[in-house]
Structures are given as structure tokens and as C-alpha cells.
Design a protein around this ligand. Structure first.
Ligand code: GDP
Ligand code: MN
Length: 394
């Protein structure tokens, strides 16, 4: 489960990882007060369980308490990746000279703990890993290994840090590794670790994810008010909506809406889309019998997602029949319409009848089917996946 930035920073502070005087507030008025108390320019930061807040407008500066009030109002009106902003961190604005990345996580392939550093911080580390992998430095450790100062110093040097600052950064890396182990973390990340004009270093951001199954071992975390965060805290609004409707659903990063038959077909569909160079916007299962009501809800989840550019539908009729499926989808199209192009294929139980129903409905209401392509068993599933990728691009 993920921790909020302010929770992670309070753990940093306990271990001697430098953070700058920060306050958590629940309203724009409190943000104004906190800024007045600090008496400096401040940075206001949305406390949400997702990254990329900067790009989404969730991190903003204010030079006066009045400005802090206005900026806080703006940030608190945002929804960042589906997360409403209910709290802000108000911190002293840092005069940043340089940004670095430092993180500790689990290497699941080699069963190791891996310390990762990169001289380019403040940006998405996944992007850097793709574009300039040579900039990323790693140190693998076994679960029982300590991280020795000499190793941390080598990592600090790899960041390009020099002189007396090497020890400071080395100590931060050692402490971050300690924190990782002492909390049963899955990830601890400082992105960016910043260098200030006076040569000191501060964790400007903090991201932590801990193993919730190990939380019972950490009375000190529970004493701080860190609770087992039921999935809701980590779910997007759409995922919460889907849960209310009992539809197993996950938001993903891509732009192809996945409208599958069962979960198995759903997983396969996602693999196909990736194979042909596309990116699924979600994973979904019908979560029980695909009644017309349920199909309508599944389509609403996709239709209302502005990220979705095209929908990939693949139905395999097993116990449930394709003609019933077709009836449900047609009913939805008549009642709500679909704003996105969709390519669909039906095979299995009663697929011919399903296709026939679609064709009939299309003759009656061609306007509803302009952006919908229906296929049966004659079209291989690969073609459907390719077509969905094409549609999403155009
Ligand atoms: P994220 O976008 O969710 O990762 O949020 P961060 O806390 O990492 O902030 C994003 C970016 O905002 C950082 O990489 C910095 O460039 C900038 N930023 C954050 N805090 C400060 C600050 O105190 N002063 C300045 N000048 N920039 C900051
Ligand atoms: Mn960050």
C-alpha cells in the first residue's frame, strides 16, 4: 500500500533523511495560515496516492499567504488521475540547484533488494530507463546485507556529487536503505533529492509503498496513524465505481478500452493489444453473468473514460450466449449510444445469431453503428487486436 508524501517524509525525518519544515492542511484557509507561519515562499503539494502531480498542476508555489490561499483553492479543486485532492502539504519553497533520483526497491527477478540512483531527478525514472539507461546506476543487495558507507559513497559519486558532499549523499542513501528494510517496504523513493545553493541536500519528494501484509509487525507505523489502507484509498474513482457495480476492473495507462468476455479472454486480449503495439486503458471482467444491465455498466466505464480512444471487444460464448450478449450491447447502443469506435468479435455459443442481431440492428439504426465493426469467427482475433490499435491511433 502506498503512503502519502507527508507520511513518508515523517519517516524520513525519523531516520535523519533531511526534509524541510512542512505542514499538512485540510483547507485553503489553513494553507494560508501555514504559509503565514512559515514566513517564506512556499510550495503547496497535493497529497494524493499517485505520482505525476507536478505535471497535473498539483504542485505550485506561492510567495505570500494570500497567494497560498488562491493557489490552494485551485489545487484542491483538481482531480489528479481520478483522485480528489483533500489535503495539501505546505512546505518551505526550496531554491533548487540540481535534482537527483534515489530509490530502493525489490528486484523480483533476482530476488534482491536494489538501490537505484540517477543524476537526472524530478522526471519519470521509467522514462529515463528507456531513453538513457546508461544514466541509471544500480546496486543489488541480498536481503540480509547491509549497505556499507563505501558502497553508498560509490553511488553518490555515480550521481556526480563531489568533495565533502559525497558523504552527505552517501548517508542519505544508507538511511534510505535502512528505512526500506525497517518498514518492510516494497519501494522507497526520493525523486527529486535536491541540492540547494548552500551545498545541502533535501528530499523534496517522498514516495513509499509498504507491504500491507507486514503492517501488523509495525506498531510504530500504526502509532503514527498509518493504517492499513484498504484498496479504496488506492483506487481511482472509476475503479471504485466498478467495485460498486461488482465488476472486476483496473485502470491502466493506455488508450484502448478493453471490453472482454471472461477474465481469461480479458488477459489474453490485453496481451494481444500489447503485442500489436497498443496499450490497454483497462483490465475488466464481466464479474458474473453478462446481463444486459451489466454489459451496459461495462460500456459506461469505457465510454466515460476520456483516455479511451477505441474499444476492443472480444466475446467468447461459453455458457453465456453471444445472442444474449448482442442483445445487451444493442440495447445499450439504443439507449446511450457509444462515443468511441469499437471493433468486436464474437465466437462460441450462438455467435452467428449474435452477429445477425447486430446486422439487423445496424440496418434499422445505421447512425448508431457508424463507428462499430462486428466480426464473427471468420476474422482471427489478431486482426481484431490490430484493428483496435489502428483505430486508437487514427
Ligand atoms: P511529483 O510530480 O508528484 O513527483 O511531485 P514532486 O514533489 O516531485 O514535485 C515535482 C517537481 O516540482 C519537482 O521535481 C521540482 O522540480 C518541483 N518542486 C517541488 N518542490 C519544489 C520546491 O520547493 N522548489 C522548487 N523550486 N521546485 C519544487
Ligand atoms: Mn516526484
Amino acid at each position: 500500500m502506498r503512503l502519502y508524501e507527508h507520511e513518508a517524509k515523517s519517516l524520513f525525518a525519523k531516520l535523519g533523511i533531511p526534509v524541510k519544515g512542512e505542514a499538512v492542511v485540510n483547507s485553503p484557509e489553513e494553507a494560508k495560515e501555514a504559509a503565514a507561519k512559515k514566513g517564506t515562499s512556499v510550495v503547496l503539494k497535493a497529497q494524493v496516492l499517485t505520482g505525476g502531480r507536478g505535471k497535473a498542476g498539483g504542485i505550485q508555489m506561492a510567495d505570500t499567504p494570500g497567494e497560498a490561499l488562491e493557489v490552494a483553492k485551485k489545487i484542491m479543486a483538481l482531480k489528479i488521475r481520478g483522485f480528489p485532492v483533500e489535503r495539501l502539504l505546505v512546505a518551505e519553497k526550496l531554491d533548487i540547484q540540481q535534482e537527483f533520483y534515489v530509490g530502493v526497491t525489490i528486484d523480483r527477478i533476482n530476488y534482491k533488494i536494489v538501490v537505484i540512483v540517477c543524476p537526472e531527478g524530478g522526471v519519470d525514472i521509467e522514462e529515463t530507463a528507456k531513453k538513457s539507461p546508461e544514466k541509471i546506476h544500480r546496486l543489488s543487495l541480498s536481503i540480509n546485507d547491509s549497505l556499507y558507507p563505501y558502497q553508498a559513497i560509490a553511488l553518490a559519486k555515480a550521481l556526480g556529487v563531489t568533495g565533502g558532499e559525497v558523504r552527505k549523499v552517501g548517508a542519505i542513501i544508507v538511511n534510505l536503505h535502512k528505512l526500506f528494510k525497517s518498514c518492510d517496504a516494497k519501494l522507497v523513493e526520493i525523486n527529486p533529492l535536491v541540492r540547494l545553493a548552500d551545498g545541502s541536500y533535501v528530499a523534496a519528494d517522498a514516495r513509499m509503498s509498504i507491504d500491507d501484509d507486514a503492517l501488523f509487525r509495525h506498531s510504530e507505523l500504526m502509532a503514527m496513524g498509518i493504517e492499513k489502507r484498504h484498496e479504496e484509498g488506492e483506487m481511482t474513482e472509476r475503479e471504485q465505481q466498478a467495485r460498486e457495480w461488482s465488476i472486476p476492473y483496473l485502470d491502466l495507462d493506455g488508450n484502448i478500452g478493453m471490453f472482454p468476455g471472461g477474465a481469461g479472454f480479458g488477459i489474453m486480449g490485453n496481451d494481444f493489444i500489447e503485442h500489436f503495439g497498443g496499450k490497454p486503458a483497462n483490465f475488466m471482467d464481466s464479474g458474473g453473468g453478462p446481463s444486459p444491465e451489466r454489459l451496459a455498466k461495462m460500456l459506461v466505464l469505457l465510454d466515460e473514460n476520456t483516455q479511451v480512444k477505441a474499444i476492443f471487444g472480444a466475446r467468447f460464448g461459453g455458457i453465456s450466449r453471444c445472442d444474449d450478449f448482442a442483445k445487451g450491447v444493442i440495447m445499450f447502443l439504443k439507449e446511450h449510444g457509444l462515443s468511441k469506435p469499437m471493433v468486436m468479435r464474437m465466437t462460441g455459443n450462438m455467435w452467428q445469431e449474435g452477429v445477425r442481431l447486430f446486422e439487423e440492428a445496424k440496418r434499422e439504426h445505421p447512425e448508431l453503428f457508424e463507428k462499430i465493426e462486428i466480426h464473427g469467427i471468420e476474422t482471427p482475433i489478431e486482426e481484431i487486436a490490430k484493428r483496435a490499435v489502428e483505430l486508437a491511433k487514427s
